[in-house]
Design a protein around this ligand. Structure first.
Ligand code: EPU
Length: 421
């Protein structure tokens, strides 16, 4: 077990790059189960969730190798169609193997994910989509058992826009017989990117990038190479690291439009951002953040995965900011920890009401989930004195060597082994 020790108060300065998007890779890796060729995926982030997906795919019999920052995935031989509890309990995104296994083999046994650090996070929409495509679904001993002959195209309408359910429906419909229409599909860049990868593999999908997808099922797919898009949440987190420390940053990132919702809020808070030659930059010297309200929403709205980090920035705002999460009702485990660092935040239903303070002060705090942990790192970087963050394994699930990137910007952050839990 490791912890971070951060000595705060340093203005971060410099240039860093953005790694590949974990949530795109987690949807795209299972797409390789749909055919028996060898796919190459570049720009895969080295984070624990990816290692979990690699282990799960290896358990299924897939050969998965790391090569020069990418993955070579060979799904020629599948020896199991079961995603066991030991993998799924570590990571909900394991459920992405359901659609491809069912579609290619007519059978999948996938553990139900169970609880989450915040909740509830049901998977009913994934299951309803599979049923619409003709699967029989039973729940037995904590497992989803899905069976079907060849899936049949259908009209799937999602009552709620869901990233994961849209991904699973796309994965399943690609090899189904006939046409599938998905309405109210998620349009997050990670799902658009999954659709683009499937098309490269020979899938016939129209409406990509819109919330109405149409998939004309094909009999088989072909091998393909693909580059994972940049991680918009890592990008937003690094921008806030520079902002909250009155630093300056040059962030190497393609597709800055993925984080328009975040960069426009940063501008509302008083920063001037520039994008030139694939570099997003600003100087936050003399910046005193204006308090800016945020309402999280589906893409292109403000991402729920940036809610905790925005809350950290707003702790130093000039008045009061209300940060409301419309995607998850209960994603505020970071709030009591931020308050231990001197923040003044009250939770009212699904909103954090953040009264700006003059300064934060270092303390011992505890990570509770991935993005909550990121917010504690950000607050620790700004706080006076020393902040210790326990249970940083949550961060390692989704940020590639975050301390190395922060050190590159001048942060005083150390990873230290600890027996404290
Ligand atoms: N929902 C249902 N039923 C379902 C599926 C979702 O009611 O069957 C609800 C959820 O409870 C939630 C809303 O729909 O209120 C949206 O959830 P969604 O399905 O879009 O989320 P997800 O696919 O489980 C992905 C990301 C999350 C991110 C959300 C929202 C991956 C692997 N995970 O989760 O990322 O918060 O979309 O954008 O792509 C993270 O990276 O820290 C993370 C949690």
């Amino acid at each position: 077990m490791d912890k971070f020790i951060i000595r705060g108060g340093i203005n971060l300065k410099g240039r860093v790059n953005v790694s590949g998007a974990k949530n795109a890779a987690l949807a795209i890796m299972p797409a390789c189960l749909l055919h028996s060729g060898v796919n190459r995926l570049e720009n895969i982030p080295e984070v624990n969730d990816i290692f979990t997906m690699m282990k799960l795919m290896t358990h299924l019999g897939v050969k998965v190798d790391y090569e020069k920052g990418g993955l070579v995935i060979d799904a020629s031989e599948i020896k199991s169609q079961e995603a066991p509890y030991e993998h799924v309990k570590k990571m909900r995104a394991s459920v992405y193997v359901l659609g491809p296994l069912l579609s290619r083999y007519g059978y999948a046994k996938v553990s139900l994910p169970g609880g989450c650090a915040w909740g509830p996070r049901p998977i009913n929409l994934h299951l309803e989509a599979m049923k619409k495509l003709g699967a029989e679904i039973d729940i037995e001993n904590g497992y989803i058992i899905a069976r079907s002959k060849r899936l049949n195209g259908a009209h799937i309408h999602f009552d709620i826009s869901s990233v994961g359910a849209t991904g699973n429906a796309l994965l399943a419909a690609t090899l189904a017989k006939g046409t599938t229409k998905i309405s109210n599909a998620a349009i997050e860049p990670e799902i658009t990117s999954l659709a683009e990868f499937l098309v490269k593999m020979g899938a016939r999908i129209t409406g990509i990038g819109t919330n109405q997808l149409e998939i004309e099922g094909v009999n088989e797919l072909k091998a393909s190479d693909f580059r994972i898009i940049p991680d918009r949440i890592e990008a937003g987190t690094l921008l806030i690291a520079a902002a909250i420390t009155n630093g300056s940053i040059e962030l190497e990132m393609e597709y800055p439009q993925y984080i328009d919702a975040v960069t426009s809020k940063l501008e509302d808070s008083g920063l001037k951002l520039l994008y030139q030659n694939n570099i997003l930059s600003f100087n936050a010297n003399n910046y005193m953040p204006q308090s800016v309200d945020v309402l999280t929403a589906i893409y292109p709205g403000f991402p729920t995965d940036m809610q905790a980090q925005w809350t950290a920035l707003m702790t130093l705002g000039n008045s009061t900011a209300t940060i409301t999460d419309s995607i998850y009702q209960d994603r505020f485990k970071h709030v009591p920890e931020l308050n231990r660092l001197g923040a003044r935040i009250e939770i009212i239903r699904n909103s954090a009401v953040v009264k700006g303070v003059k300064k934060l002060t270092g303390a011992k705090v505890m990570s509770t989930d991935l993005r909550a942990s990121a917010s504690l790192v950000l607050a620790g970087l700004a706080a006076e004195g020393e902040t210790e963050i326990l249970r940083i394994y949550h961060l390692d699930r989704g940020y590639q060597k975050i301390e190395e990137k922060l050190k590159k910007l001048g942060a005083d952050i150390q990873r230290v082994p600890t027996s404290e839990f």
